[in-house]
Design a binder for this molecule. Structure first.
Ligand SMILES: *Cc1c(COP(=O)(O)O)cnc(C)c1O
Length: 486
């Protein structure tokens, strides 16, 4: 391209804005999944962006070349450790997000079990409600995931059942505080005690709750939130995402460890090549300091009193929504959510929550469909953030209207013949052509576009054998990502 026909910076940014127009909004509290808005407005956002930009080119790969990254991390980890029951021994690592924190926690446990107990075929015991990131870790790092069922009313596991699943090969036991899907806190003390009794590590996944629950517990009427942090005996590591309820830009999470001796098992060192000596604390090599700097700045800007106030507004709004949802005929909130996450199910066969989610989207609100699994009912998920403060009446009115529309439309129907045929398919021998034909039948045509109404697709997905669904999903997404050079 010659200099003459190169687009101007303004034109490029205008193109970017045009692409963004199709996205869900990331501010304003109407997108009830994926995004976290403090509602604090322009000043906080500008600070985060400036800190991000100032450090975007700094490479955390080499801490000796860029000591600023070490200083930033030490302050952020120190703040997290103080908030989450750490001791003088507590250490940590800043990662790119919850998935990376979980992956590193599992990798560290695998290496620790091999080094200290000679475990060569490691297992990980986890509640059925644990985040999918643990299954990803099991897949990537060669552990066997041993799932413990949860109670159909509390959506948490019985610590005795967790204890019974722990064996010689167990490298790690997992608890959620809270679980993503239902927002309930597992009985961490009982689970951690069961792990400690067998000399096994216990990770608390507080990715979503870690920056909210400590503040929520300071409020009146939150006595029901159980102890969950590093102060609980037997808890050896904990993950907390800053890009969730610490309201920092995407790309920041903290993984805390009981002590440095445990953490070192997850570090990777390599002196077996002719380049620079490698020591990686995370899975990344080159690592932008932008997200870390933005997180550091936002933590300082909002501060302890600020987070307490945001938690108060968030929990108040979530409670208002919970009561309001329970008052809508046919709908109910599952379990006893601890803070800010609601799983809404339907008790009326004519009212399908997947259809409800589609209808609600037309009203300008996004809630996240969650297919039923292992006997747990299908739900829609609401992540409530401080930006939703004051918006509960509007959302409840929209939910009520959408519920009436969904009931009138009736549930998304799945062709029983298709489900029957799918049950006979061997996912391992499915060809690309078979997959394309199946997706076509499912309404996911080869043009790569996703349908406006997702309810029929989700309803079918829920009915497919897990292995077949996991074979087809990559083809759906693969269809979206096709090179389009400019
Ligand atoms: C969000 C989340 C994760 C994964 O975090 P990402 O930042 O999305 O990678 C893990 N566990 C829980 C409970 C979560 O809510």
């Amino acid at each position: 391209m010659t200099a003459q026909n190169r687009p101007t910076a303004a034109a490029i940014l205008a193109d970017l804005a045009a692409l963004r127009a199709a996205d869900l909004p990331v501010h304003g509290g109407r997108t009830l999944a994926y995004v976290y808005d403090s509602g604090l407005g322009a000043e906080a956002a500008a600070l985060a962006e400036a800190a991000y930009a100032a450090m975007a080119g700094v490479n955390g790969l080499d801490m000796t070349a860029f000591p600023s990254v070490v200083a930033l991390e030490n302050e952020v980890v120190g703040t997290a450790a103080r908030l989450l029951g750490g001791s003088a021994e507590t250490v940590g690592t800043v990662t790119s997000g919850g998935t990376e924190s979980v992956l590193l926690a599992v990798l560290t446990a695998r290496e620790h079990a091999r080094a200290t107990r000679g475990v060569t075929a490691p297992q990980m015991v986890l509640p059925a409600t644990a985040h999918a990131a643990f299954h990803k870790a099991a897949h990537l790092f060669g552990l066997e995931a041993v799932a413990v069922p949860v109670d159909g009313r509390t959506f948490t596991p019985d610590p005795a059942a967790v204890a019974a699943a722990v064996g010689e090969r167990t490298a790690l036991v997992v608890a959620s505080a809270p679980s993503y899907a239902h927002g309930v806190v597992d009985p961490v003390a009982g689970i951690a005690a069961a792990a400690a009794e067998r000399g096994v590590l216990c990770h608390v996944d507080a990715c979503i709750g870690g920056w909210l629950l400590p503040y929520a517990r300071r409020l009146p009427d939150t006595a029901g939130i159980p102890d969950f942090d590093l102060s609980v005996p037997g808890v050896t590591s904990l993950s907390v995402d800053l890009h969730k309820y610490a309201y920092t830009p995407k790309g920041a999470s903290v993984l805390l460890f009981r002590d440095a001796e445990l953490r070192r098992h997850g570090y990777f060192a390599c002196a077996a090549w002719p380049g620079y000596p490698v020591v990686n604390a995370t899975l990344q090599g080159t690592k932008s300091a932008g997200p870390f700097a933005a997180a550091w700045a936002v933590l300082r800007h909002i501060g302890d009193a600020g987070y307490e106030d945001l938690a108060r507004r968030t929990v108040r709004t979530a409670r208002e929504l919970r009561a309001g949802v329970d008052a809508i005929p046919g709908l109910r909130v599952l379990g006893d959510p601890a803070g800010s996450l609601l799983a809404v199910a339907s008790g009326d066969p004519e009212l399908d929550v997947f259809v409800l989610a589609d209808c609600l989207r037309a009203h300008g609100w996004y809630v996240q469909p969650q297919p039923g699994y292992a006997g747990l009912p299908r739900t829609v998920h609401l992540t409530v953030t401080a930006a939703a403060d004051g918006k509960a009446p509007e959302l409840l009115a929209a939910l009520s209207a959408a519920a009436a529309q969904a009931r009138a439309l009736g549930p998304a129907l799945v062709d029983p013949g298709l489900v029957e045929a799918a049950a006979l398919i061997d996912p391992a021998s499915l060809t690309a052509a078979d997959s394309a034909a199946l997706l076509d039948l499912a309404g996911l045509g080869a043009d790569g576009a996703l349908p406006d109404r997702m309810a029929p697709v989700l309803a079918l997905l829920e009915q497919l054998p897990t292995a077949l669904a996991e074979r087809l999903l990559p083809d759906v997404i693969g269809g979206l990502f096709r090179p389009n050079p400019k």
